[in-house]
Design a protein around this ligand. Structure first.
Ligand SMILES: [Fe+2]
Length: 240
């Protein structure tokens, strides 16, 4: 089976609003493995006000990785962060206070859903000018982009990767339909479950994967859940 990647999830024990302890993290690993995921990039929240320091993040990551190597020897765990945009973000990245994806140039960047396009564009531009490549986390939540396709096109012209949550692709709501259309139209570059636990917001990759295979073909799934993630974690350019 292809080694699929989950590039956005809150699996580190006791670090943010994700897994509460190591037991829950291990349950999440098991659920991921059952769905064909073998590589995960843990992305705990970074908020300029109110997140734990990087030493705690590294400690939780190391603890989970050691346990994973014993119980799930074929799985791989990488470390990144989901960073809520703030004006001093590049300083935090430069100093190592906030983390990129597996120490690459790629930054999983989050904005408030009702953020203005001016702020989104300005934030993206600031990171690019500092040598980073921002990945827009759950792009489908950004109202300004969902309402104006030309804004998405403008960011795409800057080679900004868009991440979509797998759970956004399933269901019968108009929002789910819109997400499937965006994926079909080629706007999505990366998938993540954005899982937060083993019972509350559990990892659900397989439903989206089945839909993608059926409607867009296996190559699309391989690109979004294997080739692009692998390129990002290895600090290479992704294919657009
Ligand atoms: Fe998240």
């Amino acid at each position: 089976m292809m080694p699929f990647f989950d590039m956005h999830l809150h699996i580190l024990p006791g670090i943010d609003d994700g897994a509460k302890d190591l037991e829950e993290s291990m349950k999440m690993l098991s659920m991921e493995q059952e769905q064909g995921i073998c590589c995960l990039c843990a992305t705990p929240h970074f908020h300029i006000h109110g997140t734990v320091g990087r030493h705690k993040v590294f400690e939780a990551y190391t603890k989970l990785r050691l346990m994973m190597e014993k119980s799930f020897p074929r799985m791989r765990l990488y470390l990144g962060q989901e960073i809520m945009y703030f004006p001093g973000i590049t300083d935090a990245l430069d100093s190592g206070e906030a983390l990129t994806m597996n120490s690459s140039r790629y930054v999983l960047l989050e904005f408030l859903p009702d953020e203005t396009y001016k702020t989104v564009y300005g934030g993206v531009q600031k990171l690019v000018r500092s040598g980073y490549i921002p990945i827009l986390a759950h792009v489908e939540r950004l109202d300004c982009l969902m309402k104006h396709r030309q804004y998405m096109d403008e960011l795409k012209a800057m080679y900004i990767p868009f991440q979509m949550n797998t759970t956004s692709l399933t269901g019968i709501s108009p929002a789910a339909h819109r997400c499937r259309q965006l994926l079909t139209d080629g706007y999505v570059d990366l998938l993540g479950t954005d899982a937060h636990g083993s019972s509350r917001r559990p990892p659900d990759f397989s439903h989206a994967a089945q839909w993608i295979i059926r409607h867009c073909g296996k190559d699309m799934l391989v690109k979004l859940a294997c080739e692009n993630p692998s390129a990002i974690l290895n600090d290479k350019l992704i294919s657009f």
